[in-house]
Design a binder for this molecule. Structure first.
Ligand code: NAD
Length: 438
C-alpha cells in the first residue's frame, strides 16, 4: 500500500514533469489531421463534416463519498466518435488532465485505429477527471461503480465496449462488469474488455499493446534492412505499454539503451538489462524505475531521453511529448508511437521535413484493441483460447496491417502517418456511404 508521504513525493515529481510539457488541444490536432486527409482523399464534404463531429458526447457528474466522509464530485465523460464500422470501442482513463476535448480526440483516434487494422469497431473513449494517485483503492472502487452507472445507458456489448487506459486496469474493468451485471440483472462479461483472465478476460491482453509495438517495429526494421542487434532503442514511459515494448524488443535482440517514467530515466549505451529492470519495477511500491542502479547505467531526465542518441525512439507515456519545442532536437531517425497522440501536428511537420520515419499511433499501438477485439469474440462465444492462439492472431493482424500501410504509403509517396490515416478514413467513409444517411 502506498503511504501518504510517498504519494505526495510522487505528485511533486509528476507536477514538475507536467510543467515542462506544453499544453495543446489534442482535439485540434485530431481535426487538423482529419482535414488534411480529407483534402488528399477529396472526401465528400458531407462525409467530412460527419467525421468532424462525434456521434455522441456524454458528460456526467460522479459523486463519491471519500474515506474522510466528505462528498467529492468528479467530472466523467464518454464520447462515441463513430459507429459506422461497428460498435464503438475505446478505453477509460483516470487522470487530472481529462476533459471533454481530450476524450473527443482520443475517441476519434480509436475510430481510425480500428479501421486501419480492419477490426469491426467504431471509436469511443471515456475518462474521469481525478488524480488516482491521491485516492485510496476504496475511493477508486466507489468512483468506478458510480461512473459505470452514469454511462451505462450508452455502453453495451453491441453499442460501446470500454477497456482500460491510463491509470485504469483489469481490476477496474472487473468492478465495471459487476456494476453493470447487478443493474442489468444478468452477467454481462462482454460489456468491457481488458478484464482479468479469471473473469472473461483474454490470455495475452495485458502484454498485447507492447507486443504489437514490438511487432511493428520489427516489421519496419525488416523493410529498412536493419538488424535488431544493431538497433538502439529509447522508450519513454515504463507503464504497461512501455515496459512490454521494451521487453519485446529486448527479446527480439534490440539494444534498449534508454527507458524513463515519471520518476526519471536510465541510459546505458551498451544496452540496459531489461529483465533486471523489470524485477526492480515489480518490487517498487509504485512500480517505478526510481532507485534502479547498475554498473554503466546513468540517470537521465525525460528531456534527455527524447533527444538521446538512439536509432528508434518510442514514446509510450502520454500525449504531446514531442512538440515544437523539442522536435528539431530529436536525434533518432525512427519514431514508433506507442502512446496515443504523442506528437503534435507542428512537431510532425518538423519531423517529416527532417526525414524522420514515424510509425503512427493508430497503427503502432493497435495491438491492445486487437486483443480486446479477440477478448470480446471469446466472451460472445463463451469459449476461451490458449495464449498461443491469441498471439498468433495478433501477429497476423499487426503484420498484415503494417504491410498494407507501408505499401499504400510507398505507392502514394506519403508518410506512414498519412498513409495510415488515408486508409482508415477511406474505410470509415465507405461504411457511411454503404449505410446511407437515415
Ligand atoms: P500506464 O499508466 O501504465 O503508464 C504510463 C507510463 O508513462 C508510466 O510509466 C508513467 O510513469 C509514465 N509517464 C507519465 N508521464 C510521463 C512523462 N511526462 N515522461 C515520462 N514518463 C511519463 O499507461 P499505459 O497503459 O502504458 O499507456 C501509455 C500510453 O499508451 C497512453 O498514451 C495510452 O493511451 C496508450 N495506449 C495504451 C494502451 C493499453 O493497452 N494500455 C493501448 C493503446 C494505447
Amino acid at each position: 500500500m502506498v503511504t501518504k508521504p510517498e504519494r505526495d513525493a510522487q505528485t511533486r515529481v509528476v507536477d514538475a514533469v507536467a510543467a515542462e510539457t506544453p499544453r495543446h488541444s489534442l482535439w485540434e490536432t485530431a481535426l487538423a489531421q482529419l482535414d488534411d486527409v480529407a483534402m488528399r482523399l477529396q472526401l465528400d464534404p458531407g462525409i467530412h463534416a460527419i467525421l468532424r463531429q462525434p456521434e455522441r458526447e456524454l458528460t456526467v457528474a460522479v459523486p463519491v463519498v471519500m474515506d474522510d466522509g466528505q462528498i467529492k464530485v468528479f467530472s466523467g465523460y464518454r464520447v462515441q466518435h463513430s459507429s459506422a464500422r461497428g460498435p464503438c470501442k475505446g478505453g477509460i482513463r483516470y487522470h487530472p488532465d481529462v476533459d471533454l476535448n481530450e476524450v473527443k480526440a482520443l475517441a476519434a483516434l480509436m475510430t481510425w485505429k480500428c479501421a486501419v487494422v480492419g477490426i469491426p469497431y467504431g471509436g469511443a473513449k471515456g475518462g474521469v477527471r481525478c488524480d488516482p494517485r491521491q485516492m485510496s483503492e476504496a475511493e477508486l472502487y466507489r468512483l468506478t461503480r458510480r461512473f459505470t452507472t452514469a454511462i451505462l445507458p450508452i455502453i453495451g456489448s453491441r453499442r460501446d465496449i470500454p477497456a482500460p487506459d491510463v491509470n485504469t486496469n483489469p481490476q477496474i474493468m472487473a468492478w465495471m462488469v459487476d456494476t453493470a451485471s447487478i443493474i442489468k440483472g444478468e452477467t454481462t462479461l462482454d460489456i468491457v474488455t481488458g478484464k482479468p483472465v479469471g473473469l472473461g478476460g483474454s490470455q495475452g491482453r495485458k502484454e498485447a499493446t507492447g507486443r504489437g509495438v514490438a511487432l511493428v517495429t520489427g516489421e519496419l526494421l525488416k523493410r529498412l534492412q536493419r538488424e535488431p542487434s544493431g538497433t538502439r532503442v529509447a522508450v519513454q514511459g515504463y507503464g504497461n505499454v512501455g515496459s512490454e515494448t521494451a521487453t519485446g524488443l529486448y527479446a527480439m535482440g534490440c539494444r534498449v539503451v534508454a527507458v524513463s517514467d515519471i520518476s526519471g530515466g536510465l541510459y546505458c549505451g551498451d544496452g540496459l538489462d531489461i529483465p533486471d529492470i523489470n524485477r526492480h519495477v515489480a518490487a517498487h511500491p509504485q512500480r517505478l524505475l526510481q532507485g534502479y542502479t547498475a554498473p554503466g547505467v546513468q540517470q537521465i531526465t525525460n528531456r534527455d531521453l527524447l533527444t538521446c542518441d538512439a536509432d528508434v525512439l518510442i514514446p509510450a507515456a502520454l500525449e504531446h511529448q514531442i512538440h515544437i519545442g523539442n522536435a528539431a532536437e530529436i536525434r533518432a531517425p525512427i519514431i514508433v508511437e506507442a502512446a496515443n497522440g504523442p506528437t503534435t501536428h507542428e512537431a510532425d511537420e518538423i519531423l517529416n521535413s527532417r526525414g524522420v520515419i514515424v510509425v503512427p499511433d493508430i497503427l503502432a499501438n493497435a495491438g491492445g484493441v486487437v486483443v480486446s477485439y479477440l477478448e470480446w469474440v471469446q466472451d460472445l462465444q463463451a469459449l476461451f483460447w490458449e495464449e498461443e492462439e491469441v498471439n498468433g492472431r495478433l501477429c497476423t493482424i499487426m503484420t498484415n496491417s503494417f504491410r498494407e500501410v507501408w505499401d499504400f504509403a510507398q505507392q502514394k509517396e506519403v508518410s506512414l502517418r498519412l498513409g495510415a490515416y488515408m486508409l482508415a478514413v477511406a474505410r470509415v467513409a465507405a461504411a457511411i456511404r454503404l449505410r446511407g444517411i437515415f
